[in-house]
Design a protein around this ligand. Structure first.
Ligand code: HEM
Length: 148
């Protein structure tokens, strides 16, 4: 007999079944709270978003909702946005992930956190490649978890 999956689309496609909108909201609020205090990355965000953090956080919740729950809620083009941020240097993507990984583990249980980190690393790698890569270049080790 064919089984019919009656879970909502988000739960069916999520990168991990325990991830929900509430967790994503905490992920974004905690991560950006942390990044604002980061000595190197904080000023890059502040220069762009000063006085405008609320819409940015709303956008980032839609973005993570889209990538973690496969909801299609975010429609945007992160590559040109980051290419336009001329103060980003190569090592900044590793710094970004070094802030992100522990936050993912604070918000989600271990298996879900690993899945979320894998997605973040993949996106960080593609942003790095778009900005600093050339034919045949390998992404920095800081953009990969030790396992991969
Ligand atoms: C070097 C590390 C990074 C820095 C300094 C950085 C900085 C920023 C800043 C300042 C903005 C706002 C730009 C604007 O409103 O014009 C932004 C937007 C955004 N960032 Fe990053 N970012 C970094 C890495 C990442 C990574 C790794 C991801 C994904 C995993 C990401 C996802 C996004 C998205 C989705 C947006 C919204 C783009 C849009 O306007 O649609 N960023 N970032």
């Amino acid at each position: 007999m064919t089984e019919i999956d009656i879970r909502p689309a988000g739960a069916r496609n999520a990168v991990h079944p325990s991830i929900d909108a509430d967790g994503i909201s905490r992920l974004v609020d905690t991560f950006y709270g942390r990044i604002r205090e980061h000595p190197r990355l904080g000023p890059i965000f502040e220069a762009k978003l000063e006085g405008n953090w609320t819409p940015h956080l709303q956008k980032m919740k839609l973005f993570w909702h889209s990538v973690l729950l496969k909801s299609g809620a975010y429609k945007g083009r992160p590559v040109p946005t980051h290419l336009a941020l001329k103060s980003i240097v190569s090592s900044d993507y590793g710094e970004w992930l070094a802030v992100f990984r522990p936050v993912a583990h604070e918000v989600f249980e271990a298996e879900a956190a690993e899945a979320v980190i894998e997605v973040a690393e993949r996106i960080a790698q593609s942003l790095w490649l778009a900005t600093f890569g050339f034919a045949g270049s390998d992404v920095p080790g800081a953009l990969k978890s030790s396992g991969g």
